[in-house]
Every structure is written in structure tokens, then in C-alpha cells.
Design a binder for this molecule. Structure first.
Ligand code: SF4
Ligand code: SF4
Length: 165
């Protein structure tokens, strides 16, 4: 498992151009053929890679947060949503809210999440490799291969399954 993470650190950057070409063409594969393979590969990736050995997303990428997330987490922390937003959230230039602090302030030393049960929806869904919209998200998918060994693994496996696109 650590071997896969070590490989990803080196190869995700080396493979970036090739993966970009592949991801740009994924939409051409019929969805009925592609989506079951995507699901299968996503599950395989997370059987092989343990997020607790990685946590790179939590260490490098501030999570987008919704008002619903903020209310849920604030309730869990027993503070008012406004206080939570004041202490833990910043707005980007587009007005999107995200958790402040990198690595994430909710990341524990053992790579676990201290608010796991109520974590933001964006954290729950990351790296989006089991979602039906995957074929239409070239830039996001490519960026995720650099941040996330599981997202990289998914692309590498898909390339072997759809070698002609
Ligand atoms: S970067 Fe990917 S593999 Fe690593 S902790 Fe996040 S979701 Fe898991
Ligand atoms: S809230 Fe939890 S899962 Fe989300 S980035 Fe922070 S530590 Fe990671």
C-alpha cells in the first residue's frame, strides 16, 4: 500500500500530460460501459489505499464548505454557526466558503479526522471517482491525480481498460 503511495508521488507528475489526454477523451466512452468500470476501479483503489496512510487531501487542499456543513459541524462542536464560520471558514475570490488552515485544523496527528461523522460533504465525496459526472470533469480529475493516490490509481487502471481512446 505504501508502495502505491510512493509510486504515485513520482509518477503522477510524470504521467500528467498522458493522463490529461486520456481524461479529455473519457466522455467518448458510452456511459453504460464506462460507469460500471469506474465504480469497480474506485472500490479497488480504496481497497488498496488506506486514507489513514495518506491524508494528502486534508494536508494540502482546503475543503469547500456549505452553510449546511457549517451548521452541522457547529452543532457537533456545540457552538453557534456564526462563531464556527468566524473561526474556521474563509471565503475565496468567488465567494465560495472553505475551511481555513492547511493542513486542515480538524486533521489529527494519526491522519484521522476529528469531525469525521459530520465532515463537509466535499470531504465525504472526495476524490469524486465514483460519480456519474466523472467523464465531464477533466480538469478536476487531472488535478486530483496530483493530490490523491487513489484518483491517480483510478486513471491508471482505466487507461488499461480503455486503451484505444
Ligand atoms: S488524498 Fe485520496 S487517498 Fe489520500 S486521504 Fe485523501 S482521499 Fe484518501
Ligand atoms: S474536515 Fe476532516 S476530512 Fe475534511 S479536510 Fe479536514 S480533516 Fe480532512
Amino acid at each position: 500500500m505504501d508502495e502505491l503511495i510512493d509510486q504515485w508521488k513520482v509518477q503522477s507528475k510524470e504521467q500528467k500530460d498522458e493522463n490529461n489526454r486520456f481524461l479529455k477523451n473519457v466522455w467518448t466512452i458510452p456511459k453504460a460501459e464506462f460507469l460500471p468500470k469506474l465504480q469497480e476501479t474506485h472500490q479497488e483503489a480504496f481497497q488498496k489505499i488506506d486514507c489513514l496512510s495518506c491524508a494528502n487531501c486534508c494536508k494540502t487542499t482546503p475543503a469547500i464548505i456549505t452553510k449546511g456543513d457549517a451548521s452541522r459541524i457547529a452543532k457537533h462542536m456545540n457552538i453557534a454557526p456564526k462563531q464556527f464560520i468566524r473561526q474556521y471558514v474563509i471565503e475565496d475570490i468567488n465567494g465560495d466558503m472553505m475551511l481555513n488552515g492547511v493542513p486542515c485544523r480538524f486533521l489529527n496527528e494519526d491522519n484521522s479526522c476529528s469531525i469525521y461523522d459530520v465532515r463537509p460533504e466535499a470531504c465525504r465525496r472526495y476524490p469524486h471517482t465514483d460519480e456519474a459526472e466523472y467523464p465531464n470533469r477533466t480538469s478536476l480529475n487531472l488535478a486530483n491525480t496530483i493530490v490523491c493516490p487513489a484518483a491517480y490509481y483510478v486513471v491508471e487502471r482505466l487507461k488499461t481498460q480503455f486503451p484505444t481512446i
